[in-house]
Design a protein around this ligand. Structure first.
Ligand code: ADP
Length: 219
């Protein structure tokens, strides 16, 4: 509760401060634009935080209903990637997936949420661009998906903590990058609820890869 109240208070203080300032003083159009941009960014940050937090609460309390179906992972990966690669970005995107269907038993909406979180982290934490690679393959009774970037990487000591709620690596490189620290906690909960696992490989300054497995749908 203390972490979440801090995370809620900071953007609220900024929204209140800038809106009061704009109500009490006259500003040039460019200053108004600058303050409104801050207000808009903080509003987006706050609503992402609240949505992620409520999603996590629902999942952790066992109130999340999973609508499991046999789904082909390959088109899901292509769609998620298409969303990111259509944004104006300095990144190159590559996919390496089997040409035949990779059928898993999963809730497509929740898997899309996992892919969006991992891809947005890959983009966010490689501020100088580089290639983002998505690989998928069958390994025994699991489909394994790996999302790699060539970004800032993570120091080895921090890796065991990454999936904790609100955990964010704090250093000069990450301080400039926004986030709530809830994305990976959500990813882990969702994948484990499907009977899969998540893991990370990373080298600081070189890049990271986040992988997850999902049980293959039995015929
Ligand atoms: P958020 O991205 O909102 O900060 P996450 O739970 O998604 O929160 O990630 C937790 C932390 O793990 C991030 O703040 C960052 O320090 C680290 N992290 C996640 N993905 C990557 C990545 N692809 N490269 C480097 N660091 C990462």
């Amino acid at each position: 509760l203390s972490t979440v109240s801090h995370e809620l208070r900071t953007p609220l203080a900024s929204l209140r401060g800038f809106s009061e300032l704009m109500l009490t003083r006259e500003f040039s159009p460019s200053q108004r634009r600058q303050y409104l941009t801050i207000i808009q960014k903080e509003t987006i940050r706050l609503s992402t935080l609240i949505n992620d937090f409520l999603d996590l609460q629902r999942i952790e309390s066992g109130r999340q209903a999973y609508h499991l179906e046999s789904i082909d992972l390959v088109p899901l990966l292509n769609e998620a990637l298409a969303l990111f690669s259509s944004d104006k970005t300095t990144h190159a995107f590559h996919i390496n997936a089997p040409s035949s269907p990779l059928l898993v038993r999963a809730d497509p909406d929740r898997i899309q949420q996992v892919l969006t979180n991992l891809l947005s982290n890959a983009v966010k934490f490689s501020p100088n661009g580089g290639t983002i690679k998505v690989e998928a393959q069958q390994q025994e009774n699991f489909a394994v998906v790996k999302i790699s970037d060539e970004g800032i990487g993570i120091v080895a000591e921090m890796i065991p903590q990454l999936f904790r709620k609100f955990f964010r690596v704090d250093n000069a490189a990450t301080r400039k990058i926004g986030g709530t620290g809830l994305g990976l906690a959500l990813v882990k909960q969702i994948i484990e609820a499907h009977g899969g696992q998540v893991w990370v490989e990373s080298t600081q300054g070189e890049g990271s890869s986040f992988s997850f497995s999902l049980p293959i749908a039995s015929a």
